[in-house]
Structures are given as structure tokens and as C-alpha cells.
Design a protein. Sequence first.
Lengths: 417, 254
Amino acid sequence: MENQFFVDSEHLSKEALDKKHQLEKDPSCRTNPMEYMPGMEKIKSDVCDKVMNEVKSFDYTKYTAKDVRAALEHDKCSVEDFKALLSPAAEPFLEEMARKARLETSKHFGNTVYIFTPLYIANYCENYCVYCGFNRYNHINRMKLTLEQIEREMKVIAESGMEEILILTGESRAQSDVKYIGEACRLARKYFRMVGLEIYPVNTEDYRYLRECGADYVTVFQETYDIEKYEKLHLAGHKRVWPYRFDAQERALMAGMRGVAFSALLGLSDFRKDALASAMHVYYLQRKYPHAEMSLSCPRLRPIINNDKINPLDVHEKQLCQILCAYRIFLPFVGITVSSRESAEFRNGIVKIAATKVSAGVSTGIGDHESKYEGKDAADKTGDEQFEIEDGRSLKKMYGDIVGEGLQPVLNDYLYV
Amino acid sequence: MDKLTLGGKEFESRFILGSGKYSLKLIEAAVKDAGAEIITLAVRRANTKEKENILDFIPKNVTLLPNTSGARTADEAVRIARLSRELGCGDFVKIEIMRDSKYLLPDNQETVKATEILAKEGFVVLPYMYPDLNVARDLVNAGAAAVMPLGSPIGSNKGLATKEFIQILIDEIDLPIIVDAGVGKPSQACEAMEMGAAAVMANTALATAGDLPLMAKAFRLAIEAGRNAYLAGLGRVLTRGASASDPLTGFLRD
């Protein structure tokens, strides 16, 4: 079964609708996803080839229980071991994998769990990514916060005790340009100890500018490493350019960012191959930039406004857990973030095994923290959400729940130097 | 047990406790059961706002040993150390400079540079380092108060993988040698102390234990045993078989 992503809005003009249908039905009218658009910086790097070669040769059906047992017994997890752990043959070994993963997590992170919150400052988007609530053809309330509104949101979040923030935008260079995002970073540094960014990929010089503004960590989701599938899901806009997105983390590191985060959106394509690719992306970049901090996320597809049927297909909680355990065993030093796309029960369980970071007090909408945190009616209009969240716990509740699991919540482990 | 002197301050305990990997509420119990008088903490963790600051959980009678984790260069370590002083964490500082996020191995060259700068500023500098005799001598010249060689990679619990080289430091360096990182079991801590290490530091070994306070106590006893053994002077240990009872040189007449 496949997800049915295409939804037509009655609010679209005939012209827009025709264009949308053409993009959906006629591949020949779509641009080449491997071709850079004007202004996109091309860096020299061999990381992409290395990662994609691993993925190409990955046949997960050839692994057996024997390979999985060997992987679990090895002191050090090789790439081959990792592949075995991602394979269907490893599914019966989930409990053993979880035990090994927990040991690795505790060796590197003790029993600490980091908490952060995302702040969406704009939801305008120029892309047509068929699974995303922000896509340009989806009829939603669009909004871009003014700097005053951003500051008000930040104040509300900071008052809840939060010390780490992740600033997000929809992908519109026209509506939310780099300067605007930079100003948001400067404001964030006033209220938070750690500022991360999850925005459209930019060139090295822009990353350098954003770092000067106070951002220190860059997250870019590749969504899927399967280029053929990527082409069918990202039909228009700059996000369509796959290799420019792939090199985003490297450009961020070249610009002096302290850390970078990676992810595939599970459910879009073959999740085992996407999990392998995400981890190998980390693995090879870490070899090239050994000082950098790296982390992995593991989002699964979620329903969006105007399409409540979207789901992660064959990536059930068991498969997600298997991937996270495999990540942890293969890359014991990386941070692993599990977002509010997952349920409270899943997140409570996974922080004891492999995850080291969770979000709390989450809204994926625009400008609604005051109403959500303080129960006040929103004075201004708000912007609609990117996707539906599953775990709506506040910071206070999350903090208490983590303590209840016998773990230590950490709000800040970061210092700008 | 004899006393340990660091930066002109005397300590009864030779067990330095880490604080970063377990629940804040367990710190007090760990300090008590470990009998520890020095506890390390990451300045980046202490640099937090009002909600549950780690500093509030550390008993007031122990000496803080703030570390510069997160620093990738000497310059960054120096800035973190200065911030630590501003935060009221005292004059002790453990230098940790890592340019490797995978193994967290220390950068010896940068560590020497930072040690020199901070020692001149009056800090009691305890540098975490990869056990290299030449670097250890540089650290002495740079004004370090002790040298902290790693036993094995942080968090690995693999014990004294660098044993031979730590022994060389103990034999050749006149400052206290404190074994840091990789000590996973009380027996390994005991072994380090038998060799003549001045103290042992542990964090992960406690954090990953089933019963943290009990493991803290086990380490305390092991460290005391090892120190006493060292002071007593270890007896002969045969590597294999028994020794010949007839002396080989019995034929010599004058």
C-alpha cells in the first residue's frame, strides 16, 4: 500500500490547479533533481559517493540470524554488523539489541536526557513536497512572525524553563530570508543557552552569518536518500535539488557550526535503506570532521492538515525501535532525538534504550505559544501546523516523567565559546 | 592513609568523583559513600538557569573540579575556565580539550598551551591527557598541579589499557598522577593505586552500576586498598611457576 498524498484545494485558482496536476502527473515537466539551481553553492566532497555506494550494495535480505548474533557479540560494530542489525533477520533479536543499545547509551551519556523545544517562526513555503502540511498548494493559514512576535514567543517559552531552542521556518527564501532568520537567532541568544536551526539549506557564507548571529547547530532532513523516490515526492521548488540538500551539513561545518543533525523521514521509501544512508552520512562526515557533534533523528510520516490519512506504512514502532537500537550500537557517540511525532509511551520507553534528546511543550504552528502555554486567547492570528503531533506534554510534565523513569533531564549542556 | 596534596590543599580521599552522568539527586549519596572530597563537573552543565542547577546538588564541603568539556582549542578551554571562576566554581580546573567527538581523546598540544595560560592566572590546573612522557614534562613546566592520564577511552570501562605508559609517568614525573577515564571496575582503580597513582577519577563506572551508592563505596575501599598496598611496598609476584630453591650462584666461592 502507498500513501495517497495528492489533495486538491478548492481555494486554488484554475491556473494553479493545472500546474499542480501537471507536476503530479507529468514527470517530463519537472526539473532534474540532480541539477543545481542558480545561486546554489557546489562544494567538493566525496561523502555523497561513499554513502550512496554503501546504500547501493545493501541487500538486507541476505543477512541471517547468525550475522545478527555475531553483530551483537562484537565489541565494535562494523558497517557489516550494522547492516545485519537493520535487516529483517534482526527483528527477533529486538530485546537483545535494546539491551546492548542501553549499555552503549549509558556508557556515553549516563542516564541523562536532553530536552528542547522547536519554535516555528514562519510557514511560508515555495516547495511542493507532497507529504508536508506547509507545501505551497496546501490551503492553510500562512504566517510569518514579526521580530516583536518572535521575542514574545521566546519569552513565553523561556519562562517555562526551557534553555534550548530549535528555530524552524517553512522553506521560503523570499518570505523568510537569511537576514530575518539571523535576527531571530540574535533574539534567541538573549533567552536561551543553545540555539539550533532547522531551515532550508543555505550556502557556506550564509551558515557563517547565522553562526555569527548565534546559531550553533544545524539540522537538515534529507527526507529520503532514494533519489528516484525523492523526485516523485518533491515536485517543485529549491528543495527538489537533492545533492544541494545532501551537502548542507558539510557546508554548515565548513562555516564553523559546532554540530549538525541528520534524518530520513521514515515511511517515504525503503526505510532500511534510508536508515543505513542516514547513519553512513553521519559516519563519513564524522571521519572528515572529527571534532563536530552529530545527531540523528528518526521522524515517521504523520497526518497533516487536509490529509489525515498519511501514515508511516510499514515502519511500525517495532521497526522504529530496531532502527534506533541499530543506530546506537553502530554510532554510540551520536545524539539521538525522538520528536513529539511519537507517543508519550514510546518516548518514555525509548529514552531508556537509545534516545538522548526529546522535545517538550511542542507546537508546530506559528505564533501560538502564548495561547498554548498560558491558556490565553491568541491576540493575533496564528499560522497552521506542519504536521499533527502525538505527544503534547509540557516541559514540566516531560521533566517529571523523565525523572519518574529514573533518568536525569538536562536543559542545558552547552556553552558558546 | 596518607594525604593527597593538590594546589596546596590537602585531601584525605584519593577518589575523585564525576557528576555528569547520573541523577542529580544521587550526587549527595555518591559523595558520601565514595568518601569523596573532590567532585568534577562540566562548566557547560553548571552554566544553567535557575531550574535544577547541578551546583545546587553538590555538598558545600567538597572541592569543585570544574572541567572544560566542550572546548576544542586551548583558547576555548581558557575562556571556559575563566567563566567557571566567574560562576563561583573556585580556582581548580580540569582541562579537557577534545577535537574528536567519537572517542573524546584529549588534544595534548592544546592542553599544554591552556595549562600554561591558566596556571599563570592562578588556577590550580589538572590537565586530562593522553599518557605521553614528553607532554607530561611540558605540563610540569607549564605549571600543572597534577597530571591526569587516561586509562582507556572515556566511558569504555576498559581499565588501564595504557598501563605501561601511566607507570612511566608515575616513575618520572614529580607531580601527582591521577588516573582518569576508562576505569570501569574497583579492581582497576585498585590496580592503578598499587602502581603508585596519586588518585583515581571515575564517573561512567558508577553511573552504569546497578546500585550507584554501593558502587561508590566499593571504589572507595578499592582505592584505599590500592594506596595501602603501594605504601606497604608490594611483595614479590611471580610471573610463572615457582622459584628455584637451590641458588644458581651457589657455586661461587669468594
